[in-house]
Design a binder for this molecule. Structure first.
Ligand SMILES: NC(=O)c1ccc[n+]([C@@H]2O[C@H](COP(=O)([O-])OP(=O)(O)OC[C@H]3O[C@@H](n4cnc5c(N)ncnc54)[C@H](O)[C@@H]3O)[C@@H](O)[C@H]2O)c1
Length: 366
């Protein structure tokens, strides 16, 4: 299977799925006599590199660049180190940077590729579920600035994205769960039918057998198609693409809080899942979502994700982080919410009091 993502510029991204994706990558890289660079982290290198080289032998000659694993390393410090390494190895504007990893690697590698010599071609090979359904798709690159997520970045289309579930075999259950957070979000904003089908997907079975009532491959390709729909209409995130932020305004603040407290233990998808609970309540108060549907959404999320307790003083810090959000206005915050599964609404203004009431609802679930 193959999709083409048109971004409205002179660039497009080929997204290839399954075994044929490796053949396409071979075709793309073989004619290049430039040095190829491959960015990854140590864990992913051990888990995925050999599988990749067996399928794409040209990558066996790549210069390997590494960043340490984990969100706290999505930094300008590492970006600068990588620019230096590219320069030292003589990378030219035609050198490919292949990013093999989860969202931390593809966000950082995408940013480095977009800025080194004003842009060199890059290819994303996501190795996490979250990367496959979300982080690698759509051309957003970023590094964090201190504890505040994604403050420095660019919009930059990779030449290709290679999606193959073989890499998920070594991913631990928590990371699969994290990806499932974005899967649930994508269904809620994009497709009521997919949401209904996901209600009967038992995530633990999916981990164990690689197949449930829906195969992982099917879930991934449906989510990618939904994301592409929003990205194609609004690559630069000026209007419609905001819909993809459902759960993220609160979710990002929770992630920042976790980094600030030095815990760094809350995965992105888990933070988004908790964020979706708060924003589902806001959808009831501000977007007309039926409370019974809220209850079924919240119950599905809490069946899959451990509830993260929120203390009273966390709320002050969360509001502080939310002020950094690109959608913050003076005394209100702009949210993307849902009127019902598959029916998203964007640009919904919520006052501080309404947000506090949604936090009260969240705390009442603990
Ligand atoms: N650019 C975007 O549009 C976008 C969208 C969503 C999320 N993101 C970003 O993505 C990041 C989160 O990405 P993530 O959830 O993929 O986490 P991650 O990149 O931190 O990877 C999670 C962990 O899994 C390990 N790992 C990755 N692949 C593996 C494999 N196949 N086998 C074994 N271990 C493996 C990594 O070493 C890491 O420790 C966040 O920084 C988030 O902001 C970006």
């Amino acid at each position: 299977m193959r999709l083409t993502l048109h971004t409205g510029f002179e660039t497009k991204t080929i997204i290839s799925f399954g075994d044929s994706a490796f053949s396409e990558l071979n075709e793309l890289l073989l004619p290049s006599d430039e040095t190829i660079f491959l960015l990854t982290d140590k864990v992913i290198r051990e888990a995925c590199f050999n599988i990749l080289v067996e399928k794409v032998p040209r990558l066996g000659q790549a210069v390997i660049l590494e960043i340490p694993s984990g969100e706290k390393n999505k930094t300008l410090f590492h970006a600068q180190r990588l620019w230096n390494e590219l320069l030292t190895h003589g990378a030219s504007r035609r050198s490919f940077l292949v990013n093999l990893g989860g969202g931390v690697v593809t966000d950082t590698g995408g940013f480095v590729a977009s800025t080194y010599k004003r842009g060199i071609p890059c290819i994303h090979i996501p190795t996490t579920l979250l990367g496959m359904v979300d982080a690698a798709i759509g051309g957003k690159t970023a590094v964090n600035l201190g504890p505040v997520k994604n403050q420095i970045g660019s919009f930059y289309s990779p030449a290709a994205i290679i999606v193959h579930p073989v890499f998920l075999k070594t991913l631990d259950a928590e990371e699969m769960r994290s990806g499932f957070g974005e899967v649930l979000k994508t269904a809620l904003i994009g497709d009521a039918r997919l949401w209904t089908r996901l209600l009967s997907v038992n995530l633990n079975d999916l981990f164990r057998t690689g197949s449930g009532t829906m195969a992982v491959e099917e879930i991934i390709s449906e989510c990618v198609a939904i994301k592409c729909r929003y990205v194609e209409n609004d690559f630069l995130d000026k209007h419609e693409r905001e819909i993809l932020n459902f759960g993220h305004t609160i979710g990002h603040a929770l992630e920042s809080l976790s980094i600030e407290r030095g815990k760094n233990e809350l995965s992105h998808g888990h933070a988004v899942a908790m964020g979706m609970i708060v924003e589902t309540q806001l959808s009831v108060s501000n977007a007309g979502l039926d409370p019974d549907i809220r209850d079924s959404i919240v119950s599905k999320i809490l069946n899959e994700f451990r509830y993260i307790p929120m203390k009273q003083d966390d709320r002050t810090l969360l509001q502080e982080f939310m002020r950094h959000d690109k959608k913050a206005k003076n005394h209100e915050q702009i949210f993307s919410l849902i009127r019902s599964p598959g029916e998203p609404v964007r640009g919904i203004r919520c006052s501080l009091q309404e947000i506090e009431a949604a936090f009260d609802y969240y705390q009442s679930l603990g």
